[in-house]
Write a protein that binds this ligand. Structure first.
Ligand SMILES: CC(C)(COP(=O)(O)OP(=O)(O)OC[C@H]1O[C@@H](n2cnc3c(N)ncnc32)[C@H](O)[C@@H]1OP(=O)(O)O)[C@@H](O)C(=O)NCCC(=O)NCCS
Length: 286
């Protein structure tokens, strides 16, 4: 086991995600969650377990939250990551999120004293077969287009912040600079990052799709509150998914709140044909 030393190690962690059958965290979701903000690394501890030059497990400890992936043929690696987290996350409650389909991980968490938290928010993982995709249609006056490159990072970050500024929550920390960091990460492609612009040119909605092999993942999707319920997110999603399909994607997956706290995303994906196939369970360690 050794500590994470920089972005090359994220690439090695993504290689493990690529080898897993239908992982909860797709390589693109890993890139997004590591790079969407700047300056977070000092709060994190990340460790990699390697064999024959490749990563077979990793653990990523954030304040109060642990993520891990491991080779499913080697369930003892889950125990190794959980033991490591006991050392680097001493004291305080911590959470691990698992899909209800991840039985070996759930068993490992229970062995380590984790208990399922039955109240509180949860997420559903939703899937869509890309064989039949409707044509995207932006309302009159709105323009649908892919991101051109880093010159769009400011607009992309601004519309992200508008969509994710929720009353009662701290503002999103996504900035033009952090978005450029996302754009430089594998497997980002500007052609899978779609924007809808309002008639005055203001960015109003977006959908970023990450593609690896045949699997596309949407992360994130959003519409500025001033432009909601006009079909903008749907148009951006369909355009990004058609671009992904042209590059070989056969299925798409997205994660959305499954409880009724914030139902708009789940309703949007369901209206496009996405169906839930698993839900998250939250395990806490006292
Ligand atoms: C989820 C979100 C992207 C939807 O954007 P949008 O542009 O308003 O979505 P659309 O107009 O394309 O909605 C399409 C359909 O989804 C459903 N839908 C969308 N929002 C809904 C809501 N609040 N309640 C119920 N149904 C909703 C409806 O069926 C809608 O069609 P209709 O307006 O004809 O009834 C937007 O609400 C948002 O940015 N939310 C905050 C950020 C977020 O949660 N992002 C997703 C997680 S990454």
């Amino acid at each position: 086991m050794r500590p994470y030393t920089g972005p090359a190690d994220l690439r090695a962690m993504q290689e493990l995600a690529r080898r897993l059958p239908d992982p909860r965290l797709h390589p693109g979701e890993l890139a997004w969650s590591r790079f969407q903000h700047l300056g977070r690394e000092p709060e994190w501890r990340t460790a990699l377990w390697e064999e024959d030059g490749r990563v077979v497990a990793w653990g990523w400890a954030r304040p109060g939250q642990l993520d891990l992936q491991y080779d499913p043929a080697r369930p003892e690696l889950a125990d190794a990551v959980l033991r490591w987290s006991d050392q680097v996350m001493p004291g305080g409650e911590r959470e691990v999120t698992a899909l209800d389909t991840e039985t070996p991980l759930i068993e490992a968490l229970r062995r380590h004293g984790y208990r399922e938290r039955r109240d509180g928010p949860f997420f559903v993982s939703m899937r869509l077969d890309l064989a039949d995709l409707a044509a995207p249609k932006a309302p009159d006056g709105y323009t649908l287009r892919p991101v051109r490159g880093e010159e769009d990072a400011g607009a992309r970050a601004a519309v992200h912040r508008a969509a994710f500024s929720l009353p009662g929550h701290p503002p999103s920390r996504v900035t033009a600079e952090s978005y450029r960091q996302v754009m430089r990460a594998w497997p980002y492609r500007a052609g899978l990052d779609w924007l809808v612009e309002a008639p005055d040119g203001t960015p109003a909605a977006f959908c970023l799709v990450w593609l690896d092999g045949g699997a596309a993942v949407l992360e994130p999707v959003g519409t500025d509150p001033a432009h909601r319920r006009r079909g903008l997110a749907s148009a951006a999603i369909l355009a990004a998914l058609r671009a992904a399909r042209d590059l070989g994607a056969t299925t798409a997956r997205v994660t959305a709140r499954g409880d009724d706290g914030h139902p708009s995303a789940r309703a949007t994906y369901a209206s496009l044909g996405f169906r839930a196939h698993a839900r998250t369970l939250t395990f806490t360690h006292p």
